[in-house]
Design a protein around this ligand. Sequence first.
Ligand code: FES
Length: 106
Amino acid sequence: MSELEFEPAANVDDVQAGEGLRCIVRGHAVALFNVDGQIHAIDDRCSHGEASLADGWLEGCEIECPLHQGRFDVTNGKATAAPCLEAVASYPIRIVAGRVLVAVPR
Ligand code: FES
């Protein structure tokens, strides 16, 4: 298994508590969320349709899609409410020198 490569995505301070932040990492649209000071990274595209999850509403560790109100757990990408059935990808992160680094596939 190849070692993960972490790429800079955002400044930690830009990921506000209770909100999502969309960023592009190696061509992937990634949504960052701050849940009680812990930052999580998932795919920004809803598995149900063309919606940015970073534009949704974060409640606890669940993000509600702005289009049809499906939900995902931002800690692991699993779908938690219909109409979303398929998980979205979740990505490992690291914090280095005030920056959020995200590992996405090549
Ligand atoms: S596009 Fe996200 S729930 Fe439909």
